[in-house]
Design a protein around this ligand. Structure first.
Ligand SMILES: Cc1ncc(COP(=O)(O)O)c(C=O)c1O
Length: 455
């Protein structure tokens, strides 16, 4: 068996890796990451990379934040774990719920916790159904989502995004799912269609979907303010306002999935502020704890919560729980993230760095391999000229996307390719110099792809 420089086995061994080709990762040792500092990570061979995607859009404060380490250690020493349930909890869980309720773009917010973004979305849909049972509408359980979106990896949440081939390949239960198109303009536009006409068509598609399903059966619509998985297209400015009008008209709740966009990513605390959304519920994870500990939240309006309470009056018991919901260490870390955002004026920092970031992203517009560039806050996409139009986060890469994914690893910059789109979502703490270095490395990778195509 081959050995790498640290002498360990070359293959992945017993570990099963997601979002990978299973056979390839058994035959070829994956990148094994042994350390990190700031926006950099280091592999087992000592090679340093800029993590231009905050590893799955979550390490928002980089890889070496001493305040987060201290917060976790303090909590572990004081009380490493106690369950939040059975009429028991811990002070940090209560404090975090208060802080999130104050910040969230939801009226009279009430907060529950999970361990991941998937759990937050999954639990929330379960809660909404519990409410509808109380309201005498148990049939109101269908969820509208957008093809190519991503809301998680559990049975329920995997059914909310991706493509038909993803649903078929895992034989997911699709009984209560309704799909509409992504607002990817001009990618999904018909020939000659203006942006206004495009939005009109999508809004009509939504309304027709609700009517043909029967509004009495449709519980909620779930969407990310910007859908990274579907290629990072910014929603046309009227899209969400028009969507929300339709939802209100038919009594369908709006779930705003802020798992990536929450906590300063778009230049505001939540993407809801950037895109003027008025959601009934919000889910958060990832940047919430800067990925130093797995924790997520589901935040619902008082109207929704009060019905849960009333339903409970009838049942006597809210029969929902999860051992690690509101884990004290996760809650302590998430609280410290909120403190850091405040103390370091993170929003100002993100807004200032976003200018440098956008300028540098836009400089790639002239590149022969590049078709389009889109940015928002400290995130964006550089779209390659490619035959591959569809294929998002859950599809295998082909053509120039596959070449660029490999070339950027070689050049020491870790991007995420979603179809033809190179997605950037660096740690929020990135400096102007590091932004420059990130794009120099990326430019070199693009050059490698050009050379390879020409050969
Ligand atoms: C928008 C969005 N929602 C939900 C999830 C699921 O979060 P997790 O992977 O923590 O379960 C993700 C993960 O990438 C996401 O991007």
């Amino acid at each position: 068996m081959d050995a790498n420089s640290s002498g360990t086995n070359a293959t992945v061994g017993s570990l099963v890796l997601g979002f990978s080709n299973l056979r390839e990762t058994r035959n070829e040792r994956p990148m094994v990451v042994s350390g990190g500092d700031g926006v950099f990570i280091v592999d087992e061979n000592g090679k340093r990379y800029i993590e231009a995607n905050s590893s799955f859009y979550c390490a928002a404060l980089g890889y070496s934040n001493e305040r987060l380490v201290a917060a976790a250690e303090k909590q572990m020493r004081e009380m490493p774990f106690y369950v939040s349930g059975l009429h028991r909890t811990v002070p940090v869980a209560m404090e975090l719920a208060e802080r999130l309720a104050e910040l969230a773009p939801v009226k009279d917010a009430h907060v529950a916790f999970g361990s991941s973004g998937s759990e937050a979305n999954d639990f929330l849909i379960k809660f909404i159904r519990y409410r509808n049972v109380f309201l005498g509408e148990p049939q109101k359980r269908k969820i509208i989502s957008r093809l190519g979106g991503y809301h998680g990896g559990t049975n329920m949440t995997a059914s909310l995004g991706g493509s038909k081939s993803l649903h078929d390949s895992f034989a997911l239960n699709m009984d209560d799912h309704i799909f509409i198109s992504q607002p990817n303009y001009p990618q999904n536009a018909e020939e000659g269609e203006s942006q206004d006409e495009f939005v009109n068509r999508l809004v009509l598609e939504l309304e027709e979907a609700i009517i043909s399903a029967d509004p009495g059966t449709v519980a909620a619509f779930i969407a990310e303010p910007i859908c990274f998985a579907a290629g990072f297209y910014l929603p046309p400015s009227t899209y969400f306002t028009r969507v929300q009008e339709v939802l209100k008209r038919h009594g369908v709740l709006f779930i705003d999935d802020e798992v990536i966009t929450g906590f300063c990513r778009t230049g505001n605390m939540f993407g809801a502020e950037t895109f003027e959304l008025e959601p009934d519920c919000v889910t958060t994870a990832k940047g919430m704890s800067a990925a130093f500990f797995p924790i997520s939240s589901l935040i619902m309006s008082g109207d929704i919560y009060n019905d849960l309470e009333r339903h409970c009056d009838e049942h006597g018991f809210f029969a929902h729980g999860s051992t690690y919901s509101a884990h004290p260490v996760g809650a302590a870390v998430a609280l410290e993230v909120l403190n850091i955002i405040e103390d370091t004026n993170m929003l100002e920092h993100v807004r200032a760095r976003s200018q440098t970031f956008a300028q540098r992203m836009n400089s790639f517009r002239q590149h022969p391999l590049v078709e389009d560039v889109r940015t928002c806050g400290l995130s964006g996409a550089i779209q390659l000229r490619s035959e591959q139009r569809g294929g998002g986060a859950t599809a295998a890469l082909t053509g120039p996307s596959k070449l660029l994914a490999a070339a950027s690893v070689d050049r020491g910059v870790l991007i995420r390719m979603n179809g033809p789109n190179a997605i950037f979502c660096p740690p929020l703490i990135i400096s102007d110099d590091e932004i420059e270095e990130m794009f120099q490395r990326f430019e070199a990778a693009l050059g490698d792809v050009e050379a390879e195509k020409a050969a």
